[in-house]
Design a protein around this ligand. Structure first.
Ligand code: ADP
Ligand code: ADP
Length: 227
């Protein structure tokens, strides 16, 4: 159960009011696409949920639990950034396995191998498992970044334009895969994009931000039929 609630979130960076009293209830298992012009507060919204940054006012709750004081590691969330953030000296296999190697998790090696193989298959990267990350194309690196989030099977995914560096064919394939992952895993997704096709094909809900305010939130049908 991972309903995500933003309750009156305010965030300031110096003189910039990045978020102003943003409240949003994201139902368990929803695929929320956040839209809005550059600087609207989309990335900041994800950072509030991930715990990478702390709100000035308001609270974030996941599955009914307040995230106040919890570090990113203590939240059951995985974030995918627009810019791939891999360990360059490790292979694809090692990069994908990394999140599962934490001593706290004590995941058996056989299970790690299985999860890595499964994710590599889904992301069409299985043939590159033994290549160093530095030997990959940009699109391949971004798929591995997405894979590093998927192996953890979090209850909440936070994705910041994860497909924007990919070519059109791969973007279309991965739209279908991400939608399938959301539908079968029951995970909740908050997903930032500028791509209207992604919004319309993947979203169960759309949130529109403008200058730090949430100006619309609803199903794609509600948003697009009621401009
Ligand atoms: P978006 O993702 O919609 O483009 P952001 O959430 O990145 O918007 O940024 C919202 C506002 O906050 C922008 O005006 C941006 O310049 C500002 N901002 C974001 N992060 C920082 C930061 N670390 N320091 C200063 N200003 C920031
Ligand atoms: P996007 O529009 O793709 O969200 P941004 O360029 O707004 O990307 O932000 C990229 C990163 O830079 C974010 O981590 C954000 O917090 C940070 N950032 C954005 N604006 C500023 C700023 N004015 N000063 C410092 N950091 C910023």
């Amino acid at each position: 159960m991972a309903e995500v609630v933003l309750d009156g979130i305010t965030k300031r960076y110096g003189d910039t009011l990045a978020l102003k009293d943003v409240s949003m209830t994201v139902p368990d298992g929803a695929f929320v696409v956040l839209l809005g012009p550059t600087g609207a507060g989309k990335t900041t919204t994800l950072r509030m949920v991930s715990g990478l940054d702390v709100p000035e006012g308001g609270d974030v709750r996941i599955g009914g639990q307040s995230m106040r004081g919890l570090s990113p590691a203590q939240r059951n969330v995985a974030m995918v950034f627009q810019q791939y953030s891999l360990y360059p000296h490790l292979t694809v296999r090692e990069n994908l396995a990394f999140p599962l190697k934490s001593p706290l998790l004590r995941t058996p090696q056989a299970q790690i191998d299985m999860k890595v193989a499964e994710v590599a298959e889904v992301l069409q990267i299985a043939h590159k498992l033994d290549n160093k990350a530095t030997a990959l194309s940009g699109g391949e690196m971004q798929r591995v970044s997405i894979g590093r989030a998927l192996v953890r099977r979090p209850s909440v995914y936070l994705m910041d334009e994860p497909l924007s560096s990919l070519d059109a064919k791969l973007r279309a394939d991965l739209r279908i895969e991400l939608k399938r992952i959301q539908a079968t895993s029951g995970a909740t997704l908050l997903y930032v994009t500028h791509d209207q096709i992604e919004a319309m094909t993947m979203a169960t809900h759309v949130g529109v931000l403008d200058r730090g305010r949430l100006v619309q939130f609803g199903t794609p049908r509600e948003i697009y039929e009621d401009p």
